[in-house]
Ligand binder design. Structure first.
Ligand SMILES: *[C@@H]1O[C@H](CO)[C@@H](O)[C@H](O)[C@H]1NC(C)=O
Ligand SMILES: *[C@@H]1O[C@H](CO)[C@@H](O)[C@H](O)[C@H]1NC(C)=O
Ligand SMILES: *[C@@H]1O[C@H](CO)[C@@H](O)[C@H](O)[C@H]1NC(C)=O
Ligand SMILES: *[C@@H]1O[C@H](CO)[C@@H](O)[C@H](O)[C@H]1NC(C)=O
Ligand SMILES: *[C@@H]1O[C@H](CO)[C@@H](O)[C@H](O)[C@H]1NC(C)=O
Length: 334
């Protein structure tokens, strides 16, 4: 059988009560990413005709602003500022050397029209959409082949308005897999901080085939009964650091993945060196940290410490995607 799994340096103390508290000690070493990077150029989304009234669709304004800022990519990069207001938009595409910065009273609102979330190809390590065959709706904030991307704010909000998607999912009227709030593919040097993510249609933050990813000081909230609203899903990615986060969702708070079935096996890109510390969260029926349920490319070197999960059915769970996964060995030291 192909694939391997090791979980090292883990010391686990688990209290199986209604309010379970889990402490895991590891040997974390988060490398500094491009956290404080200064961008010599900055524009505001309102300079591109955007209207923050919660009604006007601003997808074109976001896309035009980012197109304009692309000319500064080789001049130290640029910042797109989102001021106070409620900025409705469909999916838009990020570029390298970009800082997207939200004001503390800014909310980026996901459109509730599925046409504003265009389709994108299935991931090669999945071979199809996660929920349905074929393509999948592109995430609200999307990037591919990027380097040096910062998404931050003074606790500003990115709200996917996912209720409509959860209803479509529940009544089985979707033709394609639901979109994430943020997906970055094949990217290096990603820093997401000081933000609140609300009501994602599907997973919240999905770095896939990425390296040097840091998610710091974010709050992620979706109703405890919302379907598959995972918090942060490092997928076939390495050198990922998640720290000082609060996550309360309808599914796993963090799920470490590496592709699906034969596609994940043949793509063969593991998730490795995943560091998680100071994570607090709540999930009704899923895991605080799940290894899987798609991990055909392997997972190794997961370090976690200082975790507090409430109402989880398991603090740290390796969820099996199928019998094929039963070769996994979990090393936990109670
Ligand atoms: C990303 O890079 C790959 C490999 O170089 C290329 O085939 C693909 O077209 C690029 N995609 C985008 C969106 O830049
Ligand atoms: C986290 O974000 C909040 C609100 O923006 C801020 O007050 C706090 O200082 C931040 N903490 C860290 C560790 O960055
Ligand atoms: C950020 O805002 C969220 C939602 O309003 C709030 O729950 C959270 O406590 C705030 N985070 C910080 C660090 O201030
Ligand atoms: C499914 O849910 C959507 C969103 O709530 C609703 O508009 C639609 O009428 C529902 N369709 C069916 C067949 O129940
Ligand atoms: C996050 O917020 C804290 C506290 O306000 C600040 O020190 C830090 O620089 C912020 N991070 C970014 C990337 O802006």
């Amino acid at each position: 059988m192909k694939g391997s799994f090791t979980l090292v340096d883990v010391l686990l103390v688990l209290a199986l009560l209604n309010e379970a508290t889990l402490t895991v000690k590891g040997r974390p070493h988060c490398k500094q990413t491009n956290s404080g990077v200064f961008r010599p150029h900055s524009v505001s989304i309102s300079e591109f005709g955007a209207v923050g009234d919660g009604q006007t669709l601003n997808t074109k304004a976001f896309q035009n602003a980012i197109f304009y800022l692309n000319s500064f990519a080789d001049k130290g990069g640029a910042q797109l500022f989102v001021p106070a207001g409620r900025w409705l938009t469909g999916s838009f595409v990020l570029i390298s050397h970009l800082t997207l910065r939200l004001d503390k009273d800014a909310t980026i609102l996901g459109s509730t029209n599925s046409d504003d979330w265009p389709l994108t190809d299935p991931l090669p390590s999945y071979g199809r959409g996660r929920e349905l065959p074929g393509g999948r709706h592109r995430s609200l904030l999307y990037g591919n082949n990027l380097t040096d991307v910062v998404i931050t704010g003074d606790n500003g909000t990115i709200d996917g308005q996912g209720t409509v998607w959860w209803n479509w999912f529940r009544n089985e009227t979707l033709d394609y897999t639901r979109p994430h709030l943020v997906e970055l593919m094949n990217s290096n040097g990603v820093f997401i901080s000081n933000l609140t993510f609300l009501n994602s249609p599907f997973w919240n933050i999905h770095p896939v085939y990425c390296s040097q990813v840091r998610v710091q000081n974010v709050t992620i909230i979706a109703p405890l009964d919302s379907p598959n609203t995972d918090g942060i899903d490092p997928d076939s990615s390495n050198d990922v650091c998640i720290e000082d986060c609060y996550i309360s969702t309808g599914d796993d708070l963090i799920a470490i993945k590496s592709g699906w079935d034969e596609y994940g096996i043949s793509f063969a890109r593991p998730s490795t060196n995943i560091i998680i510390h100071r994570l607090v969260g709540e999930t009704r029926s899923s895991s605080g940290i799940a290894i899987g349920s798609e991990m055909s490319g392997g997972v190794s070197e997961v370090h976690a410490e200082d975790l507090q999960f409430f109402n989880s059915n398991a603090g740290l769970l390796a969820s099996m995607e199928s019998i094929r996964m039963s070769f996994m060995t979990l090393m936990l030291f109670p």
